[in-house]
Write a protein that binds this ligand. Structure first.
Ligand code: BES
Ligand code: ZN
Length: 455
């Protein structure tokens, strides 16, 4: 084991250069550029093969899935899947980046680049830990299969099919994922709940072209106004409650004791949270704290809103259309399909006759929740304590990792969510970064974890 740790230490400068190369490959799944995604997947394939992993790229209807395993079926060992995603979120707006998103730059012990922490840096740490075992000829306590996909940021719908088709190959004792947050550099965490998601896009159309607002304005509906009114019917502006009939159906209610526990043990106070986000004041569903708003309550967000002229200066038109991208975050026991149906019904009932409406439903994922009291969780707890010098906090988080419920349903195994990202890593924002201290500790943690997972 000493050899493994010495290797991780000695080879670290090279690992950092490799990670920089990895994050310099864009891989924005939302753009739908198959070439771009394949290039990234192929880099990963070559990298895994150089580590003597048995690695294959599987084509799907979307982007390729990389499967790379240490398994050679000689010794019977516990088998764990390490899941990650090589796709990243769009980097826009580009002008807000201090260094370009795909020109990885180290400043103050942090690696800045799109994908640095979400998620390339995090799964790369696991890959390097396995490399250390292989290259020092130290027997791995477990067999490990990396499943790294290219569609997490757009809902992972093809991965679900892939798991169904490859159930046998992927039969495992559990899944380990580093794609979540820890509260701070000093406070590691095990995440035991994630929210689900449901996405849709609504477009309102008036005239078949933008027209002169002086000649025609006033005689026809302005789709931007119609959309603004329509969207306003979705939420009570004072209480923040979502006004869609049936939206809260089935939402699981926590006991007073559980709610109290969520606010103990160093949970961030509201004022610090407000100051971090630089908002004039917090806003959220009445009767719940900001911690609850972002974990145990369902929400609706407008992610993007488009209509009319967006260039410099003015343009006097009545726009022909207006559209909004909307997502809902879901908690147990809401179902994506039912929520989408309810929102569609609401939009149809409230849309004025002066425009036509098109609704496209997008990806969906179910919420995830598990009791963190298994042998695997205890094993992870021991490894985390040793490496971070502090016990993990057990947290619920508001983000989604669609495949975790598929791992449970299809392969019958839970996912151990051990995040190496920080709340201020700027995931999905400009200037995303990964703390190199966490890259290093992540590798050591991974190396230690495989030892502990031999139960
Ligand atoms: N790493 C996140 C998931 C995450 C974020 C977990 C914050 C816990 C806290 C992941 O890459 C992600 O962003 N997922 C998407 C999934 C969606 C597009 C289906 C998300 O949550 O928006
Ligand atoms: Zn993400």
């Amino acid at each position: 084991m000493q050899k493994v740790h010495a290797y991780l230490k000695k080879e670290y400068p090279r690992f950092l250069e490799e990670l920089k190369e990895y994050v310099s490959l864009s891989g924005v799944s939302a753009r739908g550029d198959k070439q771009e995604m394949r290039k990234c997947a192929e880099w990963l394939l070559a990298h895994c093969r150089a580590l003597e992993l048995n690695a294959t790229l599987y084509q799907t209807d979307g982007n390729p899935v990389l499967v790379a395993t240490t398994k050679n079926n000689t010794a019977k060992k516990p088998h764990y899947i390490v899941y990650g995603h090589y796709d990243v979120q769009p980097p826009e707006p580009l002008e807000l980046w201090k260094s370009p998103p795909f020109t990885p730059t180290v400043r103050g012990g942090k690696l800045f680049a799109r994908g640095a922490s979400d998620n390339k840096g995090q799964h790369f740490a696991h890959l390097k830990a396995v490399e250390a075992y292989i290259k020092t000829c130290t027997p791995l306590p477990c067999d490990i299969t990396f499943v790294i996909e290219g569609e997490e940021e757009v809902g992972s719908s093809n991965l679900s099919l892939f798991l169904q088709k490859n159930k046998k190959m992927l039969a495992a004792d559990g899944v380990v994922i580093s794609d979540t947050n820890m509260p701070s550099l000093k406070t590691p965490a095990i995440t035991y709940a994630l929210r689900g998601i449901a996405a849709l896009e609504v477009t309102l159309r008036g005239s078949d072209r933008d027209v002169h607002s002086g000649s025609y304005g006033g005689s026809i509906e302005n789709p931007a106004f119609a959309l603004a009114h329509l969207l306003a019917t979705l939420r009570n502006k004072k209480t923040g409650k979502i006004l869609v009939r049936g939206f809260y159906d089935g939402v699981c209610v926590l006991t007073a004791k559980e709610r109290k526990a969520m606010h103990e043990g160093g949970a961030e106070d509201a004022e610090r949270y407000r100051a971090f986000l630089k908002v004039p004041c917090l806003f959220g569903e009445k009767g719940f704290s900001h911690i609850e708003h972002t974990t145990i309550r369902p929400t609706m967000e407008i992610n993007g809103l488009t209509s009319g002229y967006q260039g410099i200066g003015s343009k006097t038109i009545v726009p022909s259309c207006a559209s909004a991208k909307i997502t809902m975050r879901l908690v147990p026991h809401q179902e994506p399909q039912r929520v989408i149906t309810a929102v569609k019904k609401h939009l149809m009932a409230h849309c004025p006759k002066s425009v036509t409406m098109e609704i496209k439903s997008g990806h969906g994922a179910e919420p995830y929740l598990f009791e963190p009291n298994s042998g695997e969780v205890r094993a992870a707890e021991r490894a985390i304590k040793r490496v971070f010098g502090a016990p993990p906090r057990f947290i619920r988080e508001g983000g989604s990792i669609p495949v975790v419920t598929d791992f449970k349903k299809i392969l019958g195994v839970h996912s151990l969510l051990i995040g190496l990202a920080l709340p201020d890593d700027n995931a999905h924002s400009p200037n995303e970064k990964f703390e190199l201290a966490n890259f290093k500790r992540g590798m050591v943690l991974s190396a230690e974890l495989w030892k502990e997972l031999v139960l």
